[in-house]
Every structure is written in C-alpha cells, then in structure tokens.
Design a protein around this ligand. Structure first.
Ligand SMILES: [Ca+2]
Length: 612
C-alpha cells in the first residue's frame, strides 16, 4: 500500500502494459462423479495502489481514481474456465467451469458466465465478463454512486499468493500463464483460470480499472471490489469475495484529493465501525543486540550462549545473559570483497566433549572450511578441512550445518561462474557433506550431495521426515538472467537442480523446485520451527535480504500449502534465522552490507517469539 496518509494527485493517465502469459488447454471433461470436488476459493484482495489521474487531455478531461485489483485462489482446486461457441458469428462464448474430483474424471459445471473478445488500447483477448466488479458508494449508504466500466478479466496466474493459508495440499504450480487467446478473435474455444496459490491482478488504470471522480461531492466513500459477485462460479467459500477501503474525498482548486482512512479485507462494509481488535496472532519481537557489522550466522553453544560471525572477519559472543561481548572471540583473516568474508558457522554436535567449532569464509585463495577450538574465551585455529572451493566476489553461498546423519553439510555457490555448478569435478554450485572422521580429523574431499546450484544460502532438515529443504538465489538481472526466480528446493542425494542450464518455472529434466518466486526476495538463512506448541511449529522459516521479510512455509504431505510473509520491511534486510535453545527464533539483520539503509542501531540480533 502506498502511503496510507498521503494525498496524491497525478495529472497524466498512464498507459500500462500487461505481462505475458501462455495458453494451456485442459482436456474437456464429461462425467459428473460422486467423488469430492476440488473447488477453488477466490479471495478478493483489498484495493491498493490508488492513483488519481485524468482520463484524457484538455481542461474538461474527468478525474478518475485508478487502483490495483487482485484476486487469489486459496481453495482446494484450480479455477478452470472453458469457453466455447458454435461459430464466429456468435459474439460471446459460454463459460463452463471444470472441476477436479478426487479419483474421478473432471466434471463440468455448465454456463457459469460469458467470455467476450475485448479490444482496447491495452487489451486484445478473451475476458470472463464481470469476473471482478468495483463500486464507490457514500459511507453509510447502500446504493452505489459510481460503478465500474470494466468488462472482466483474462484469468491467469500472475502472482504468488502469500497472505493466506491455502486449503490444498496439492503442489501449487502456475498452470494458467496463458494469453487468453491474445489476438485470436476467431477462436471457438478458450481455456483460462487461476491455480491454487496464485492470483490474478490488474494494474491501476488498465482497461476500466478506475472510477470517475469528477461530479462527486466531497465526503467519505467506500471503494468496494467484489469477485464472483453473482456467485455463478462455484467455490468453497463466498464470505471472502469482497474487500473495501474507506476513503475521504476532498476538492482543492478543482482537483480531487483522496485519503485512505481504513482498509477492510473480507468485507464490503468498510464504513462500519471496526470490531474490537482480536488478540494479536503475530509474533513478538525484541532487539537482543545492536551495533553489529554485517552479522552472517549464529550458532548456540550447549550453555545457552551463542557465537555470531560478522562478515568482515570477527566472531562475537552473545552471552547466556543475552549481552553481546564487545571483544571478539576470534578475528579471521578474510577476503571481504563483494559478498565474501566470514560466512557460516557451526558447532560440533559433540562440542561439550571436543569444543570444536567450524567456520566458512572467503580467502584470496578460495573458500575455506576451517575447524577451530573454543576454549578460554578464544576461538583458536586448528586446521583447514577442504581445498578447492573457488571464491568469487559474488555467489559464495556459505551456510554450513550438521545434518541428522551426523555429517557436516556445506552449501557452495557458483562464485559467479555458472558452468562450475554442473561440473562434477568442481566443488562449486554444490551441496557437500563431510563425514565425522573428516571434519574431526584431517578433512579431505567431501561428498558431492547435489549439484546445479547457483547461490544457496539457507537449509534445514524437516523434523519427522528428515527432508533437506534449501533456499537458493535466482539470477540477477543484467548479470546472469532476468532477475528473480528464487527457489525453495528439496535436496536429494544425486540431485541436479539445473543451474545454469535451467531456472524459473520450467526446470524439466532437472530436480524441480518446490516453489519459485518470480519477484526477487534474495532468500538466505533458514530453519524449521521445532519447539512444540506454537502456531509456527513444523514451519520452514527463512530470512530474506532484498525482500526484507521473514517467510514462513507450511508443508503438508511434502508440499507447500501456505506461504506467509512476516515482519515485512520492519527491520530491513534479514540474513538468517536460527532457532534458539528456548524455542525463540534469532534473526540477524544485514543493513550494513552496502545494500541496505542502516539505522543507528544496525546491525541487530532480534529475538522472535512465535505466536502460540
Ligand atoms: Ca471465496
């Protein structure tokens, strides 16, 4: 949401382009079966990105209020619409809804609406008419003052839904990346829809995506968006099909000014006084320590204190009293160009006996995995364990952690040379594992667990299943790809995760990601929440640098069924999240890494208590 209290006047009507999408046809189904139907659940997002513009040029051009409209599918099955008509002389297609049924052929709900070929300056494809409707009514009244001019939507999977828990255990995969018969008015049939876990949005002022303000009196109004207003589309829940904003409209020197007073997801009655606030279901966050410099990893010792790496080459001690000691327990000679420096840290599972700690860092000669010994308040060097991992100014990856199998896992990046990730004779772009007699002994060549990785920076094992789940940075625009396409992967021995041959949504021929984020989040450190009794127990959480948020994924039957963004833009860039001995999560900020906007107290260690 752009500045809730900001008054905005924009003089020019922007012409906006639609993103591209491809057509997927689904075989027509015939039988209606008794098996349970997997229905979609459409949820109307609250109107956002308000813009006041003028529809046209000249002094008489009316003012209009543009807004982004978005609808997600959080249901049990995809929304699938199939249109058909007998001949090109018939102007509209009849829209049927195709429904998946467990263990039975798909079934068709006939005539849930109409499709029409829409031609406008920014649109030329088949719209599901009236899919989403907009109105502006005066606060306290029931009748709309102004209604939209929009024909409908070309349904598609345009964004990943993140704000709601999905009902489906099915793997969310974007199927409807179609163009809805773009440039094909002669079609006799077309298929479009919205997959589970995805949403469809139209930008402000795109084809009919606005309401006329000129002629309206000053005062309070409710802007209402409704999906499936006539309820002809079958879904599991109609109660979340409307959302609204309470607005105040003023006129100054003939120009309209609009201010958002309230946002109301889930209701069209934003003019009603808000109900008493329910007890907060969010996490509580406390600052544990301030004034760090690019902290990268944190690991707890058996006595409840913790060691923290700072990328320029220091290891700090966070005492069990929660106080960060000023004097480092070690200074590490690192090469700190670009993304390199002192990175991962892991504490030996038998630390109480051997006091071993492992560090991973960049040197002029390459990446080094080093064993150290923590005694007398000092972390002294023992030996280097692995040779031959190339370092770069980018993509040094760098997380290390002990697996449930007792091995020490190391995630390595491609060091800026994508081809290394596929080469079996290179240790770059890999997940590596060292056996106990290697990391407690004299090291040696690690086993290559998987390859085809670009820059994986976080991983953890799922309690119960032992699955290794990892985050990975997708390409950078202008460097090695289009930008975005960060991944969540389930790492299996012998797996090949595609980089640099394939990335993004289609990774056929390789181990496909569990999830791809088209917009760049820059995911880094991750953990599972293992402490029982919290609302997050069992979730996979990971820190996002560019996304400036903590993400929480819920798995069911091995698949991601919910994806929640937390703490968004509250603390800036987040490097990692680690579960502490008491079950709280410890987060490290990374606002002094040259890419953030540090505050006076950055960088920080935050302690997050998951909601109960
Ligand atoms: Ca719904």
């Amino acid at each position: 949401m752009k500045g809730v209290l900001a008054w905005r006047v924009l003089p020019v009507l922007a012409v906006l382009a639609l993103s591209a999408f491809a057509l997927v046809l689904i075989g027509r189904a015939s039988s209606a079966a008794g098996a349970p139907a997997r229905l979609p659940d459409l949820v109307q997002q609250t109107p956002r990105d308000l813009e006041i513009t003028r529809a046209g040029t000249g002094p008489k051009a009316p003012y209009v209020l543009g807004f982004r409209s978005a609808v997600s599918n959080i249901g049990d099955g995809a929304l699938v619409i199939e249109g058909h008509r007998r001949g090109p002389e018939i102007g509209t297609m009849i829209a049927d809804q195709v429904v998946d049924r467990d263990g039975a052929p798909k079934s068709v709900i006939p005539d849930v609406g109409r499709l029409r070929y829409v031609v406008s300056p920014d649109h030329r494809h088949w719209h599901l008419l009236g899919f989403d409707r907009y109105e502006l009514r005066r606060a306290g009244r029931r009748v709309a003052e102004i209604r939209d001019q929009k024909t409908g939507f070309c349904l598609g999977d345009r964004y990943v839904e993140t704000g709601h828990t999905l009902q489906s255990a099915a793997a969310p995969a974007p199927v409807f990346t179609s163009r809805c018969g773009l440039g094909e008015p002669q079609l006799l049939g077309v298929s479009e829809g919205i997959s589970v876990g995805y949403g469809d949005d139209y930008a402000a002022n795109l084809e009919g995506q606005y309401l006329r303000l000129t002629g309206l009196a000053a005062g309070r109004y409710v802007l209402v968006h409704r999906v499936n207003a006539d309820r002809r589309l079958h879904e599991t829940d109609y109660g979340n099909d409307a959302a609204s904003l309470l607005l105040e409209l003023r006129w100054r020197n003939g120009q309209p000014l609009v201010r958002i007073l309230r946002q109301c997801p889930g209701t069209d009655r934003c003019d009603r006084p808000p109900a008493a606030k329910p007890a907060s279901a969010g996490p509580s966050v406390r600052t544990v320590a301030t004034g760090l410099e690019v902290p990268w990893d944190i690991a707890f010792l058996p006595d409840g204190s913790a060691l923290v790496t700072e990328r320029p080459g220091r290891v700090r001690l966070l005492g069990r009293d929660g106080r960060l000691r000023r004097r480092p327990v070690a200074r590490v000679a690192v090469s700190t160009q670009g993304e390199g420096g002192l990175l991962g840290l892991a504490v030996d599972p038998e630390f109480a006996r051997n006091r071993f700690v492992y560090l991973y860092f960049t040197t002029a000669g390459g990446m080094r995995l080093e064993r150290r010994r923590y005694a007398g308040g000092r972390l002294s060097r023992e030996r280097s364990l692995v040779d031959g991992i190339q370092a770069g100014s980018i993509h040094d990856s760098g997380r290390i952690a002990f697996g449930p199998d007792g091995r020490l896992y190391v995630a390595t990046g491609d060091a800026g040379h994508g081809a290394l990730a596929q080469r079996p004779d290179s240790l770059n772009g890999k997940f590596l594992a060292l056996a106990p007699d290697q990391y407690r002994g004299s090291g040696g060549a690690p086993e290559i667990v998987s390859r085809g990785h670009r820059n994986p920076q976080g991983f953890a094992w799922e309690p119960g299943t032992g699955r290794l789940i990892a985050t990975e940075h997708g390409p950078t625009q202008g460097l090695d790809g289009p930008g975005g396409f960060d991944e969540i992967n389930a790492i299996v021995p012998g797996g090949n995760y595609g980089w640099p041959v394939k990335f993004g949504l289609d990774q056929s021929g390789f181990n496909a990601p569990l999830r791809v984020y088209p917009e760049p989040l820059a995911p880094s450190g991750a953990t599972f929440v293992t402490r029982p009794g919290s609302a997050w127990t069992g979730s996979f959480v990971f820190a996002c640098l560019r996304g400036e948020e903590l993400r929480r994924l819920t798995f069911r039957d091995g698949r991601i069924v919910a994806d929640e963004a937390l703490l968004r833009r509250r603390f800036g860039r987040l490097r990692t999240v680690v579960e502490g001995p008491g079950g709280d999560l410890y987060l490290l900020t990374s606002n002094r890494d040259g890419r953030g906007r540090p505050t006076a107290t950055d960088d920080r260690i935050l302690r997050v208590t998951p909601p109960s």
